[in-house]
Design a protein around this ligand. Structure first.
Ligand SMILES: Nc1ncnc2c1ncn2[C@@H]1O[C@H](COP(=O)(O)OP(=O)(O)OP(=O)(O)O)[C@@H](O)[C@H]1O
Length: 511
């Protein structure tokens, strides 16, 4: 290839060529009287030149070497391959001519000479994409003596990159579809999830539903631990099989083992003649949800641990263990770790159950869920009662200020009671339990409006309505939010705000 075709013209005034000619002369073995040190130096120079040639020729990137006028003096085998041309056909030709003849569309060598700096550019060659980088070489006096152009064929990298981007796009699309499907699933299961912490929890629950590992669901009483267990089961490959729920706190200690593991006939006095399968066996192929797991007696904890280790169930009074394939979900409102420290819960069982921990936040930490939960349950009980109901603004304010110590279950009870107790369609403060109203502080109080005695009731009501709307414009960002908070439609909000000249105050806030 190129090093066979000597790139250096012996008559040239090129500075590098001059040095090479001098070296060739000195290293001539016939050159009599040559000092040994100079000969050694020349051998080194020749070795370096061979090394340089080997580097240039073995490079997988194409390399062009041009003189200071952009005339090609050498190209390596990679460039021959890229351009499908022999070095002889290109050496000695100038880049300007090569562009004119359509061999290339741009020259990094020419641009590097022009700018006296390294230049990178993208070239198209026979449907292929090349990145060319022209690097100028200067001598000690700052004179530009060479330009080395490296070329890389990026067609394949580019194609791969495009494939990757397409795959990423498909993945993103699938993920969006999955998220939408999950959202629909959550909605069909009537789970209200607006707060980021609840959304995150449900995403985690949907993710773990695909595995078979044990899950420990913790959270205060009535926060929805059972709901999460249900979601996990319904979304798992076990969905067609039963979800068996057992409340470990509700079963007398003396019966819990027989309930969980079953018994053989005659296992104890009062035992059924034919024996009885336990909840674990009933959950075979499905899921066993152990609610209030902290209440499980230590003796039953040992047996449960054994089952988690070998998947075998030994009925009470039985001699033969049965293989059972049940996934275990457990829940508690107690601090199991603390119980382990106190010695009331086995640490080995705790670690077995806690493979995937899920924490359900209390309602007070789900501010964004509160109003949708209230509306959802008011609608739910109103539908059951067969008469439409909605919460008044004051009732909403009171409920929003209430800490719901008993969580979602208490919220449901309050909504049910309010729906049943209210005589009118709009649920008023009086329909709420006293402790809910007492928490409201100023929030539930009627806005204080001063009026002179000569005002009519109609005028007073309008004055109150205007004050309320004005307050709402300070609090909410748009008419829809105001409508939602006041329990009226958005067109009604618009009409009344116009009537009271309040449009400007909201427009300013909306900005
Ligand atoms: N995000 C939610 N959306 C709608 N309803 C909910 C939500 N979370 C909980 N609930 C409802 O609250 C009630 C209590 O939920 P659940 O029984 O799952 O709570 P829990 O934490 O298991 O209670 P406990 O500690 O007493 O066992 C259920 O009727 C459930 O449907």
């Amino acid at each position: 290839m190129s090093n066979n075709s000597d790139p250096f013209d012996s008559h040239s005034n090129d500075p590098i060529e001059r040095d090479n000619r001098a070296a060739a002369k000195i290293t001539d073995p016939d050159d009599a009287g040559e000092p040994a040190a100079v000969a050694e130096q020349m051998r080194c120079l020749q070795a370096m030149a061979r090394e340089r040639d080997a580097i240039i020729d073995s490079s997988s990137d194409g390399l062009f070497v041009c003189d200071n006028h952009a005339t090609v003096i050498r190209i390596n085998p990679a460039s021959e391959r890229i351009h499908k041309i022999k070095a002889d056909a290109i050496v000695g030709r100038n880049m300007v001519d090569l562009i004119e003849q359509g061999f290339i569309d741009r020259s990094a060598a020419l641009e590097a000479i022009q700018k006296r700096a390294t230049v990178s550019l993208l070239q198209k060659k026979d449907h292929r994409k090349l990145i060319s980088t022209g690097t100028p070489v200067f001598d000690d006096s700052g004179e530009l003596i060479r330009v080395v152009v490296s070329e890389r064929d990026i067609t394949e990298i580019d194609t791969l990159q495009r494939c990757l981007e397409e795959e990423q796009a498909i993945k993103d699309q699938l993920q969006t579809q999955l998220a939408e499907m999950q959202q629909r699933l959550i909605q069909t299961q009537k789970i209200i999830a607006r707060s980021p912490n609840v959304v995150k929890l449900l995403k985690q629950a949907l993710k773990v539903s695909k595995a078979d590992s044990s899950v420990l669901i913790t959270g205060e009483s009535g926060v929805g631990k059972g709901l999460v267990a249900n979601l996990i089961h319904k979304n798992s490959h076990r969905a067609e099989k039963p979800l068996i729920r057992i409340n470990c706190g509700a079963i007398p200690e003396s019966l819990i083992e027989s309930e969980l593991f079953g018994y053989e006939k005659g296992a104890f006095t009062g035992a059924r003649a034919g024996g009885k399968p336990g909840h674990l066996e009933l959950a075979d192929g499905g899921t066993l949800f152990l609610d209030e797991i902290a209440e499980l007696p230590l003796s039953a904890q040992v047996k449960l641990l054994r089952f988690l280790e070998d998947g075998r169930v030994n009925r009470l009074g039985g001699t033969q263990a049965r293989q059972v394939n049940a996934r275990i979900l457990a829940a508690t409102h107690r601090d199991l770790k603390q119980m382990v420290g106190e010695g009331t819960f086995r640490h080995d069982l705790y670690y077995r159950l806690n493979v995937i921990p899920l924490v359900v936040p209390p309602v007070r930490e789900r501010k964004e869920c509160l109003l949708p939960l209230l509306r959802y349950y008011v609608d739910y009980f109103a539908r059951k009662l067969g008469s439409p109901k909605r919460l008044s603004h004051a009732a909403v304010e009171s409920l929003m200020a209430y800490p719901f110590p008993g969580n979602v279950r208490e919220l449901m009870n309050i909504c049910e009671r309010a729906v049943v107790m209210s005589e009118l369609e709009v649920i008023a403060l009086e329909d709420l339990p006293r402790d809910v109203v007492s928490h409201a502080g100023d929030a539930g109080a009627t806005p204080s409006v001063q009026w002179p005695p000569q005002m009519t009731l109609e005028q007073i009501l309008q004055s109150v309505e205007r004050a309320l709307l004005l307050e709402a414009t300070q609090k909410y960002r748009n008419q829809s939010q105001i409508a939602a908070a006041l329990g009226i439609s958005q067109p009604t909000v618009a009409r009344r705000m116009k009537k009271y000249g309040l449009m400007a105050s909201l427009t300013i806030r909306e900005r």
